[in-house]
Design a protein around this ligand. Structure first.
Ligand code: ASP
Ligand code: MG
Length: 819
């Protein structure tokens, strides 16, 4: 026999009841025997309790009563043929009369005991089950409506009664075996004590009724029909990427249900666990979805944990004092006090120094807990053996749960690095020795970020998401967005990495979207929906969104943007940029960036600061971290300068080559901006600093190519005239080189911590001799690459390759975050 339980929403309206009928008929047609356990229609139990309290206060409860009545009548009218309706309405009317009498009684005496409260609440299940049994009765000859008060026997703890399984099991078995052909429709939630008075099994207790039935009858399966797709890896309202679980163990179901999304009433697990009855959780609103099976032996799902649960609001109570050290009985007194007073403790931790005990309670209990402790330990407080308990408010609790967590190492490391990396501070930690659960108390404002970060870290099958905040949509910025757009699907497919652009700004406008900005039409979105841009506003909004794995991309060349980097790092947001102003300003600033990056555990990637997309910074980093030592770096890191000297051969005059470079668009509007070597200087400075030399910009020596007359020329026209006049100077330099079989190259050189940039003659054995076009080139002479340097060569400018370099850095942020 299978026991099928239908929850409040599943019987809450005509459509879901139709589904129920379909499900039952299909099973019956297959020849399966079923018993149903039915909850009150959704919201009805709350309404009944509300009616009770209105009555107690002498207020009018009848509108709620009428509403409840009409909801039930509606089901009858919609799902029963007219000629059968009256027979169903009659007994229903009797229930409503009884209920009304009961409520009138409460109103008359102005008092409602827990016993009466349960009695009133029982009518929810009585009415719904009656109606469903009549609806099913039109298809089957032997449908039995069963008031579970006749079957389930409990103590007199009204509101949360304890079941006497011996008596209960006997009654259930006796009744069911006496009528083997019956289709049972049993009320959930309600039971009775030895005097026959109505008791209830706790809110949500219909699940428990189903478990009691299933265990008593040795059912092959219990089905819990509810309004979600079974258990998920996390609460889908908080974690959008939460995925459904096909199977979980009894313990996991219990752990996941205690915290957060209540898929199932936790006590339900006890009877089914003892009898090892599998429980299938199904969705009435999506009946084809396979749902979750709760069973004894489960396989791992490829992740170290099964799921993450959370409680939105807790307060930590901290009891501290030297008087507790080594004293037995202290925590015994403390916790029995709280138990006696009905204060539920959600989590406990005690440091091994025994100097403090911290526990979490619902915020509503915190103040009372403190007062109770102060009373109980008055003497200890007076003699200063302990201090006044302190409360830490606005916290939330998050727990990772899984039976396979046991004896697995690396798990808590992963958990805490995901939290740490995203700047989530942990206020308390608890791990049961069962190792099924690690719980952490964190700031409530960080809960969503923490859940998402931890979810991403553990569920490798789920996607990892980078939340991108994007500054600068000039040539490079536009190109990068286009690259991301065309590659995002492949990244998701092949690397399980999802890139979501949450904010975009240029100097005029900015937009944000909680759902991510669609990259197919970001231009229109920015134009149409954008607000007036402001750098400070952009940073504030980015911080306020408080998303895990956030990355700020700076595509500008602006010194103002750089001023915000530290604040951005402090908000645990990584920075990826092609803007070299940040790294080539004062050394102090360079150092502060690194300090912040280390302190807040974020990434700062800037491969494109030097040689665009060429892997120069990363190569240097790899050499250093693997223990190599830089002896010398030589480089040509300006495409313009590269072009000019690569073409200043044969008969060409220097003047003509510069003009040609300008005509081809290789130079700045004023070619002197390139020829002065300032930009080149910045790149050399970054390389020197990354190699470990604390240089200031002024310390880089630039030997000018241009004679003073050219540098001082007023206009660009004058500059070219002066250049023409200086032709003999350049010609001489070239001839001298040629005479020695050499060529001229403008080279930056880092040698023993000193950086010089100047004109050099190189022979055919030098790697820069045969440089062509406008390529950049760099050679690393290191301890390991000592005879033959490591050389990187290729295009060192251009929107495509620069954007690609920024893109690669961005993906690296994703990679590091999940190690
Ligand atoms: N109707 C009861 C409640 O709302 C029991 C249940 O639905 O499981 O708590
Ligand atoms: Mg580069």
């Amino acid at each position: 026999m299978k026991v099928l339980k239908f929850g409040g929403t599943s019987v809450g309206g005509v459509e879901p009841v139709r589904t129920i009928v379909g499900v039952v008929r299909e099973m019956e047609d297959r020849g399966e025997r079923v018993a149903l356990v039915i909850s009150a229609m959704g919201g009805v139990t709350n309404d009944l309790l509300e009616m009770g309290s209105l009555a107690e206060e002498g207020k009018d409860f009848s509108p709620l009563l009428r509403q409840m009545e009409s909801r039930h009548l509606e089901l009858i009218q919609a799902l029963l043929p007219v000629r059968k309706q009256n027979a169903a309405i009659m007994p229903l009317k009797i229930y409503f009369n009884e209920l009304e009498e009961l409520l009138d009684g409460v109103k008359a005496v102005g008092e409602r005991s827990p016993r009466t409260r349960d009695h009133i609440a029982a009518y929810g299940e009585l009415c719904s089950t009656l109606v469903i049994s009549r609806i099913l009765g039109q298809y089957y000859g032997c449908v039995r409506f069963q008031d579970s008060r006749e079957w389930i026997h409990t103590d007199s703890n009204f509101g949360n009664a304890r079941v006497d399984f011996d008596k209960t099991n006997l009654r259930i078995r006796g009744a069911v075996h006496a009528v083997p052909e019956a289709l049972w429709c049993v009320t959930g939630y309600i039971a009775s004590n030895e005097k026959g008075q109505t008791t209830t099994l706790g809110r949500g207790g219909s699940d428990y009724t189903a478990a009691i039935l299933g265990a008593a009858l040795d059912s092959e399966q219990i089905q819990i029909w509810t309004d979600v797709n079974g258990f998920m890896t996390a609460d889908p309202k908080m974690v959008r990427r939460a995925i459904s679980l096909t199977e979980i163990s009894y313990t996991e179901a219990m752990e996941l249900s205690y915290f957060g999304a209540r898929v199932i009433y936790p006590p339900t697990m006890i009877p089914v666990f003892l009898k090892k009855v599998p429980v299938l959780v199904k969705n009435t609103f999506n009946p084809d979805f396979p749902g979750t099976v709760i069973r004894d032996k489960t396989l791992t799902n490829g992740s170290l944990i099964r799921g993450i649960s959370s409680i939105n609001e807790v307060t930590l109570v901290n009891v501290e004092g030297g008087g507790m050290i080594g004293k037995t009985g202290f925590s015994g007194r403390l916790f029995s006090l709280l138990a006696r007073e009905g204060i539920n403790i959600i989590l406990i931790t005690q440091a091994s120094s025994e100097h403090s005990i911290t526990f979490a309670v619902s915020p509503g209990d915190a103040a009372r807990a403190r007062i109770l402790i102060e009373k109980e330990f008055e003497l200890e407080l007076l003699t200063q053996k302990i201090e006044r308990p302190t409360l830490e408010q606005d916290l939330a609790l998050m727990a990772v749960v899984g039976e396979h967590m046991k004896k697995t190492h690396g798990l808590s490391g992963k958990l805490f690095s995901a939290l740490g990396r995203n700047g989530v501070n942990v206020a308390a930690i608890a791990q049961g020795s069962s190792e099924f659960n690690i719980s952490v108390a964190i700031q409530r404002k960080d809960l969503s970020k923490a859940l998402n970060a931890v979810h991403d870290a553990f569920f490798i099958h789920a996607q990892k998401t980078l939340h991108i905040f994007y500054l600068g949509v000039g040539h490079i910025g536009r190109t990068l967005l286009a690259q991301i757009h065309s590659h995002e699907e492949a990244l998701l497919r092949n690397n399980s990495l999802r890139l979501r652009v949450m904010g975009i700004t240029n100097t005029r406008k900015m937009i944000f979207s909680e759902d991510g900005i669609p990259l197919s039409n970001w231009q229109e979105a920015l134009q149409a929906g954008g607000e007036t841009a402001g750098l400070g506003d952009f940073v504030r909004r980015m911080k306020a969104m408080n998303l895990p794995n956030s990355v700020f991309i700076d595509n500008s060349a602006s010194p103002e943007v750089v001023q915000w980097y530290e604040e951005i790092f402090r908000a645990n947001i990584s920075v990826v940029t092609c803007n070299k102003i940040g790294n080539s300003g004062s050394y102090d600033q360079y150092r502060r960036f690194r300090e912040a990056v280390r302190k807040y555990g974020v990434d700062f990637f800037y491969e494109t600061n030097v040689g665009a997309g060429l892997p120069i910074i990363s190569t240097l980093r790899d050499l250093l971290v693997s223990g190599d030592r830089i002896i010398r770096i030589e480089a040509i890191l300006s495409g313009t300068i590269s072009y000019i000297f690569n073409h200043f051969t044969g008969d060409a005059s220097f003047h003509d080559v510069v003009r040609q470079a300008q005509q081809l668009g290789y130079t700045e509007p004023d070619p002197r901006d390139d020829l002065s070597g300032r930009d080149f200087m910045r790149k050399m400075l970054i390389l020197a600093r990354d190699s470990g030399y604390p240089l200031e910009p002024e310390e880089v020596v630039i030997e000018q190519i241009l004679p003073p007359s050219c540098l001082e020329a007023e206009s660009i026209g004058d500059f070219y005239r002066e250049l023409h006049r200086s032709e003999s100077h350049f010609g001489r330099l070239k001839e001298q080189a040629v005479a020695k079989g050499k060529v001229l190259r403008f080279i930056g050189c880092l040698d023993q911590g000193a950086v010089t940039i100047g004109l050099k003659e190189v022979d055919a054995s030098h790697p820069f001799y045969s440089l062509s076009g406008s390529d950049n080139i760099i050679s690393f002479t290191t301890e390991r690459y000592s005879n033959c340097p490591l050389v990187i060569k290729g295009p060192g400018a251009g929107a495509e390759v620069t954007a690609a370099g920024v893109f690669a850095d961005l993906v690296k942020v994703g990679a590091v975050g999940y190690q």
